[in-house]
Design a protein around this ligand. Structure first.
Ligand code: TXA
Ligand code: MG
Length: 345
């Protein structure tokens, strides 16, 4: 692939048309462009070009069984990617698009096998970022785009996160600054009845269920063995920093370490519940109090702490409540259980 990656700074709310034209030209000729969406940076290729899509898998080291989400800028293009557009899709698109919701529907003939890993359904999303929509519109094709990180690594929420993983392996990065939602879209399977969320995100199961006026199933607890309906990308180890990262539940957990000789980092998710006294040890301490704060800041915090050469990181888990589902899911996949007493770190 490309030996040089060009980075263009671009205003995500009012993108410069000449930069968009240039990036669209790269995509139309089969190249790879990473771009900011409102969730995380995506690594885009023309979804109708199987050779271009193959380069995404190569650059990320992504297993070929893991399907990609296709991005569209309007409803006409969304409908061209699928063979059915049910009433449920219409309602949800009206309410949540453009935005962080991906709908799985039966795929049409314009979407090649490689995009869906041979599956009969395709994930379609209309991103809220004007930059992303302008890029899709200028390209004139649906854009396949997974998160722009190496497979199983932490998703990027800033351009330097993309550079760290993919510099030299892709053609271009559109640097639109920090993404504001900060975790990946909610993935909802509309090909089954009742609909099922395969990946929780900032659009919650409760919001989807309220909009549809019917039950929407959840993904099952993180850590459940992958089951037939689950999303192939929901691997048990994912979003993982290179620094050993452990999870600690706030209730009934072993005590946090005292400083000793270790340099370690702590990310506290949720409101502190009197743990203040036990948090003197970490060299770096980040607190993300609300679900929205945690969604916007979790990956950025992991990237930051992971670059500091610490001995280990601890994620202090938020309460097991519906509004924390997406964060618990990502934090769970980024971590291992805190070692039992006596276990060497
Ligand atoms: O917010 C997002 O969704 C970001 C931005 C770039 O749009 N994209 C993203 O893509 O997170 P990726 O590839 O990192 O995650 C897509 C997830 C994976 O877990 C994949 O397995 C699942 O969606 N997925 C995609 N198409 C699917 C399909 N047809 N059936 C089941 N799961 C699917
Ligand atoms: Mg990803």
């Amino acid at each position: 692939m490309s030996s040089r990656t060009r980075t263009l700074a671009i205003d995500p709310g009012s993108p410069d048309p000449s930069a968009i034209t240039e990036a669209a030209r790269v995509l139309r000729s089969g190249g790879l462009v990473a771009f900011a969406t409102e969730t995380v940076y995506g690594l885009g290729a023309d979804a109708t070009n199987p050779e271009a899509v193959a380069r995404i898998f190569e650059a990320k080291g992504r297993p070929s069984f893991n399907p990609l989400i296709v991005h569209v800028h309007d409803l006409a293009l969304a409908r061209a990617c699928v063979t059915e557009w049910p009433e449920r899709a219409e309602r949800l698109a009206k309410r949540f698009w453009p935005g962080p919701l991906t709908l799985l529907l039966p795929r049409s003939a314009i979407i090649p096998d490689i995009v869906t890993a041979g599956r009969g359904t395709v994930g379609v999303r209309m991103p809220a970022s004007p930059l992303a929509c302008a890029l899709i519109e200028a390209t004139g094709r649906p854009i396949a785009a997974p998160s722009a990180n190496r497979s199983t690594g932490i998703s990027p929420t800033e351009a330097w996160h993309v550079q760290k993983d993919l510099d030299g392996k892709i053609d271009m990065i559109l640097d639109g600054g920090k993404t504001n939602v900060g975790i990946e879209s909610t993935v909802l399977d509309l090909s089954c009845d009742p609909p099922r969320v395969l990946r929780p995100g900032s659009v919650t199961i409760e919001q989807l269920s309220l909009e549809l006026g019917e039950e929407v199933l959840g993904p099952g607890p993180a850590g459940e063995k992958p089951i037939a309906h689950s999303s192939p990308g929901q691997m048990l180890v994912h979003y993982a920093p290179t620094t050993p990262t452990y999870r600690v539940e706030r209730m009934g957990s072993p005590p946090l370490p005292s400083s000793g000789n270790s340099h370690w980092g702590l990310i506290m998710l949720g409101d502190p519940l009197g743990e203040e006294s036990s948090t003197k040890g970490p060299a770096h301490h980040i607190r993300l109090r609300t679900p929205a704060e945690a969604e916007a800041g979790l990956y950025a915090s992991l990237h930051d702490l992971d670059s500091r050469r610490l001995d280990f990181l601890i994620l202090l888990f938020p309460p097991d409540e519906p509004e924390w589902l997406a964060i618990r899911d990502r934090a769970w996949r980024a971590s291992k259980p805190w070692p039992e007493a006596g276990h060497q770190l």
